[in-house]
Design a protein around this ligand. Structure first.
Ligand code: NDP
Ligand code: HSE
Length: 438
């Protein structure tokens, strides 16, 4: 049988990695897929740019349309990124009856509902394993391996760049900006790195995970998103003193009221495995009613780890090329007509515990005022540390851990604390999750 012909859109970090892995492991891949897989056509912006892969035998073009309109290409692999050109090209590929593989989480989180509907109608597949947690096969694990479970919650470190930054800040005391530059050089960061540091990339990924876990349509706009750019070395150190690590976590939980969908820095007890996931590594903890907790760990970004997921998707598509479209694994794990309309909760309705840090005048009565405000809002305190003022200063850092409380109560309490004349500046608030899997 002839090799299946693949067209690549993008020959950057991931595109180059995919070409390398397909070539290096061609024999094993053919044995697994039942047919050879050959990249015949690829698009990039600048054809003179040095590549991290061998492009021999691949027709190169600067026009992605040539790839998606090539009648010989059966599978289009979109690795350009962004949600404009990539979206147009994916829609064109589907309209042309081609299967699609993509690593583009922004595209799937924002336009996945319409893309999957179009693919369903055209009888083609859209595979997106590499879109979440790089090389970890988390989509397959939840969509297929855990298909017998009701998923109760999942929590993940799902941005490699962010985790790399937090780890280097904690372990080596490095500056935020300096580590971000290194992450960019290593090919981990998004084209616009604010997507990494402001949590947008993690929110794209969480949106996708929540849909396949709970059978809801993709709802990126409903995901609460907070980044790591305000995390200071001070907070990292105080969290450690209290027995916690700060991680940038994506958390999705199903409750009686609805679904929590939130990305934010989070204090996690340091004894949890996930609190010890460092550098560019990602991990996703999934709680199923039958299986209990399961933890998935691996490289969250980088050329070959991501290519591992892209190539696995290409093999998956090749394996089912001739199967009846109705009998394929549904894109979002649940049959499209069976997606549920359980609401995504507003952040104000979410209950969690908190780490608070505030700079207070070192005089009697200030702590009493703060605890009174918290008490009035029903917020009870689990731990308090008061730091000595720095030499030459009359202001001391007060650090508190609270018990769980509704976010709206905490919002009101913080407003009241910030109006106290003895408190300087803003109160730092970081949410705390025990991720108790017992
Ligand atoms: P890169 O920026 O390294 O690569 C993008 C590629 O697209 C380049 O080859 C570029 O060409 C090409 N391209 C951009 N615009 C055009 C255009 N108008 N016409 C033709 N080609 C174009 O990105 P990555 O490989 O890092 O990321 C690709 C996708 O994979 C993104 O969606 C990203 O979010 C996702 N992803 C990335 C991971 C990573 O670790 N980097 C991990 C998981 C997912 P040229 O090289 O000539 O500039
Ligand atoms: N920029 C992303 C990250 C790439 O750092 O996690 C992988 O999706």
């Amino acid at each position: 049988m002839d090799a299946v012909k693949v067209g690549l859109l993008g020959l950057g970090t991931v595109g180059g990695g995919a070409v390398t892995v397909l070539k290096r492991n061609a024999e094993e891949i053919t044995r697994r897929a039942g047919r050879g897989i050959q990249v015949t056509h690829a698009a990039a912006r600048d054809l003179d740019k040095p590549r991290n892969c061998d492009t021999t035998g691949i027709t190169l073009t600067t026009d992605p349309n040539e790839v998606v309109n090539d009648p010989d290409v059966q599978i289009v692999v979109e690795l350009i990124g962004g949600d404009t050109l990539a979206c147009d090209m994916v829609k064109k590929a589907i309209a042309n009856g081609k299967h699609v593989v993509t690593a583009n989480k922004a595209l799937i989180a924002k336009y996945g509902n319409e893309i999957f509907a179009a693919a369903q109608e055209r009888g083609v597949m859209v595979a997106f394993e590499a879109a979440v947690a790089g090389g970890i096969p988390i989509i397959k694990a939840i969509r297929e391996g855990l298909a017998g479970n009701q998923i109760q919650w999942l929590a993940g470190i799902i941005n490699g760049t962010g985790n790399f930054i937090l780890t280097e800040m904690r372990d080596k005391g490095r500056d935020f900006a300096d580590v971000l530059t290194e992450a960019q050089e290593l090919g981990y960061a998004e084209a616009d790195p604010t997507f990494d540091v402001e949590g947008i990339d993690a929110a794209h990924k969480l949106t996708i995970l929540a849909s396949i876990a709970f059978g809801i349509p993709l709802q990126f706009e409903a995901t609460y998103t907070e980044g790591i750019s305000n995390i200071t070395r001070e907070d990292v150190a105080y969290a450690e003193e209290l027995g916690y690590r700060i991680k940038h976590l994506g958390l999705a939980r199903q409750s009686d009221k609805g679904i929590e969908l939130r990305v934010h820095p989070t204090l996690i007890p340091e004894r949890r495995l996930i609190a010890n996931v460092d550098g560019v590594m990602n991990a996703v903890l999934v709680m199923g009613d039958a299986v209990g907790p399961t933890l998935y760990y691996g490289a969250g970004a980088g050329a070959e780890p991501t290519a591992s997921a892209v190539v696995a998707d290409i093999i998956d598509v090749v394996r089912v090329l001739t199967s009846d479209p109705e009998n394929r694994v549904p894109h979002l794990a649940f049959q499209p007509q069976s997606l549920s309309n359980v609401p995504v909760l507003d952040m104000a309705e979410v209950e969690t515990a908190y780490y608070l840090r505030m700079l207070a005048e070192d005089k009697p009565g200030v702590l009493a005022d703060v605890t009174r405000i918290l008490g009035d809002r029903g917020i009870s305190i689990e731990a308090i540390i008061q730091k000595e003022p720095q030499p030459g200063s009359d202001k001391a850092n007060i650090i508190m851990l609270t018990h769980r409380i509704l976010e709206q109560n905490m919002n009101q309490a913080i407003v009241d604390i910030e109006t106290l004349s003895a408190i300087s500046g803003k109160v730092t608030r970081i949410r705390v999750e025990t991720l108790n899997a017992d």
